[in-house]
Design a protein around this ligand. Structure first.
Ligand SMILES: [Zn+2]
Length: 560
């Protein structure tokens, strides 16, 4: 269930809303037929959903309950639309940014831009070997000397482990009003630092991966959205605040940062050429400083695994590419993979779909290309996949722009953290690993001459909903192996495990191995287990602590 409003039966909901409508007619808020409203349209017809997007501002689609949410004028509502009175009454139009620090008015679970920045800077200062807080550019307002903000990134990795590491990057709040996204990725970073040294999988991933978290891609716009939460919260500000578009004082000014990227699809579907429109793509690709700086940062951090001519949408990225890029949005509980700007099949379809479906398994998100809403062009995700060959996903999290704190803490945050963890663990060989089995339920029992390692290898974990696409088939497990102290691609040696039932021939298999004292003596702290399927896809490793250092040595990074 998504929110108190949606837990009630449909008929009760309709009655309740009728009551609210009649109440608003007699109230003194001067409601007129041309006022903006937030309304639901119940449908599972993708053509209908897409036509809503052509005639109204289509905000998102909640596939679990089969309704689209639109913003439109009261006198232009489709006949079957149902006004969401609570969200409608919370609509505000910001003229000035929110001036406070701390948390957002009416939503104490979401930190402001200033508070997010100061907390993450403190986190880096207190954990200098694990975290850095870096400035990679300026927002539009700061570029113009109108106030504004740095564009900042939290970089997490154990600096004492040297070498080239796969990069996991996540950006949030490209769309200002999508309030939960910044808080979710900020908590993700804070949790990783807190769990280092305790959770074996967080520990090895911070040792061997580099994690880049950009919590505020659009800080100028976000401050306007923050100002729109006061006595209710359903913020409308989406774009940056560039005063050259629409008109300088208009709350419809700015460009849509997730339609403005230097992807070859820039200027295509679900993006607008009208400056006052919600999906205004800007006069040229990466015209906005938020994207110019983001793209330069992406290019500086990710290796290029897809060296192709511009507008080549068919040559695959290298199959052994490392790294993942995630752009977090709301709402809808969906993981989209490229191409986002077109329904063309992406050349790395199997790997991209597998990563989305593994994410969907962990989080409950639907996993698909352009499902429900259709293509959207000029996105940050398409830029990263197209120009760097990195597997990239858009997450649409939660069920509202004004998500209550109760929903956020109990539903949206856990699902988003599960989705981020599920993608992070596939950062090495990130097209191949999600097609392979997971290593689960690992345990180690000590004995006088060493010990016994057991694990389950499972190749069946796929999204619960493919948005109309087939779920990827499972294969029989062919191998289960382990390494000691380092992940298998770094360890000098890996060792076989045996099928508990004598032969590896099914998609779910239990495996065992006997370890000698020689293998686990001295400084050894961790065991990694990983499995391969009959198609040769090797899944990501899962680690446990070895006994003797005071930790529970069951894996604690399991996804739900
Ligand atoms: Zn968005």
């Amino acid at each position: 269930m998504r929110s108190p409003l949606t837990t009630v039966p449909f008929i009760f909901l309709a009655l309740n809303i009728c009551t609210d409508v009649s109440a608003s007619r007699t109230s003194e808020n001067h409601t007129t037929s041309s006022d903006s409203v937030i309304a639901r349209v119940y449908t599972d017809d993708t053509d209908r959903i897409r036509s809503l997007g052509q005639n109204h501002d289509l905000l998102y689609y909640i596939w679990r309950e089969e309704y689209a949410v639109i913003r439109t004028k009261r006198n232009r509502m489709p006949p079957d639309a149902i006004i969401d009175e609570q969200s409608t009454s919370a609509l505000r139009s910001a003229q000035e940014p929110f001036r406070g620090t701390g948390t957002i008015p009416d939503r104490p679970c979401y930190r402001t831009v200033e508070q997010t920045y100061s907390d993450l800077e403190s986190l880096a200062n207190s954990n200098p070997s694990l975290a850095q807080w870096n400035d990679f550019g300026d927002s539009w307002e700061k570029t113009l000397g109108l106030g504004g903000y740095d564009l900042s990134v939290l970089v997490l990795t154990n600096a004492e482990v040297v070498g080239t590491k796969p990069v996991f990057m996540v950006i949030a709040a490209s769309h200002a009003r999508e309030l939960t996204t910044s808080e979710s990725v900020t908590r993700f970073g804070e949790n990783l630092v807190a769990d280092y040294g305790t959770d074996p999988n967080v520990t090895w991933m911070l040792d061997h991966f580099e994690i880049h978290i950009i919590p505020q891609h659009n800080p100028d716009g976000r401050k306007m959205a923050e100002a729109e939460c006061s006595g209710g919260c359903f913020p409308g500000w989406r774009k940056n605040t560039n005063q050259n578009y629409c008109s300088p004082g208009s709350s419809n000014r700015g460009a849509d940062l997730n339609r403005n990227s230097s992807s070859g699809f820039w200027g295509g579907p679900f993006s607008g050429g009208s400056q006052c429109g919600e999906t205004y793509r800007g006069p040229s690709s990466a015209s906005e400083p938020e994207n110019t700086h983001l793209e330069a940062y992406i290019d500086s951090v990710f290796p290029d695994f897809r060296s192709v001519a511009p507008n080549d949408f068919v040559t695959p990225a290298e199959n052994d590419a490392n790294g993942v890029f995630i752009s977090v949005h709301s709402a809808g509980d969906i993981a989209f993979y490229p191409w986002e700007g077109s329904n063309n099949v992406p050349p790395n379809l199997d790997g991209l779909r597998a990563l989305a479906q593994k994410t969907g398994f962990a989080s409950g998100f639907a996993a698909c290309q352009n499902c429900f809403l259709g293509p959207a062009s000029g996105t940050n995700v398409d830029y990263v996949y197209e120009t760097r060959g990195i597997p990239s996903l858009t997450f649409e999290t939660g069920s509202s722009f004004g998500e209550t704190c109760q929903n956020f803490e109990n539903i949206v945050l856990p699902e988003t953290l599960a989705a981020l963890s599920a993608t992070l663990r596939h950062s090495y060989r990130s097209y191949q690993a999600p097609q392979g089995p997971d290593a689960l339920e690992i345990s180690f029992t000590s004995s006088p001459d060493g010990g016994t390692l057991t694990a389950t290898a499972d190749d069946t974990r796929r999204a619960v909903n493919g948005g109309g696409e087939p779920l990827q088939p499972s294969q029989a497990i062919s191998k289960v192996r382990y390494s000691i102290d380092e992940p298998p691609w770094i360890a000098a040696q890996t060792f076989p495990m045996n099928a508990s039932d004598g032969v590896f021939d099914e998609p779910v298999e239990e495996a065992t191995a006997g370890l000698s004292n020689g293998q686990i003596s001295g400084a050894a702290r961790m065991i990694f287990v990983f499995a391969e399927d009959a198609d040769g896809n090797q899944g990501p490793p899962t680690a446990i602590w070895l006994p003797g250092d005071g930790f529970d040595f069951k894996s604690s990074f399991e996804t739900p």
